[in-house]
Design a protein around this ligand. Structure first.
Ligand code: NI
Length: 163
């Protein structure tokens, strides 16, 4: 088990566009394993490779639903989206903050698994939100540019899901 350092706001890498994955190497497998370990260690809902300093189009998500979560999404793209949800969002790379963001309530995503086999994933609610949040990371975008109103400080009472 290896926990990787989370890059935080102020680090340029968070604003860079990640590159498509064309082959799975032993290093890619270790990266994915470490990303899962890191996400669970810090109680995140999702984590993108750029957040641990690797500019590859990979993220992991676990919104707390049953199997087959967690999902590993490689080179993901949204092929369908529908509806709207407005709610709180936070990010492991923007510690201590949260804000209100509107996202689709449903997304259908085409992604590749750890063997680069394509699969489709349908997601609603928190999982859909997490996927949209992580997709933004792959394009060098943070949720704070989508926040409606003020970015707020977390208090001890608030336990926001961080992605
Ligand atoms: Ni994030």
């Amino acid at each position: 088990m290896a926990i990787r350092n989370i890059r935080e706001i102020g680090d340029d890498i968070l604003f860079k566009v990640s590159k498509e994955v064309t082959m799975i190497t032993p290093r890619t497998k270790i990266l994915i394993k470490d990303m899962l370990d890191t996400m669970y260690e810090i109680d995140g809902v999702g984590l993108s490779a750029c957040q641990v300093g690797v500019l590859k189009r990979i993220f992991v998500v676990d919104a707390g639903n049953e199997e087959p979560e967690p999902y590993v999404l490689i080179n993901p793209r949204i092929i369908e989206s529908n509806g709207e949800q407005t709610g709180n969002e936070g990010c492991l790379s923007v510690p201590g903050k949260h804000g209100t963001v509107t996202r689709p309530n449903y997304v259908k995503v085409l992604a590749y698994d750890e063997k680069l086999k394509p699969y489709e994933l349908e997601a609603t609610e928190l999982l859909a939100r997490a996927i949209c949040h992580e997709l933004d990371h792959l394009d060098g975008r943070l949720y704070i540019e989508r926040v409606e109103g003020e970015l707020r400080d977390n208090t001890e009472a608030s336990e926001d899901d961080e992605e």
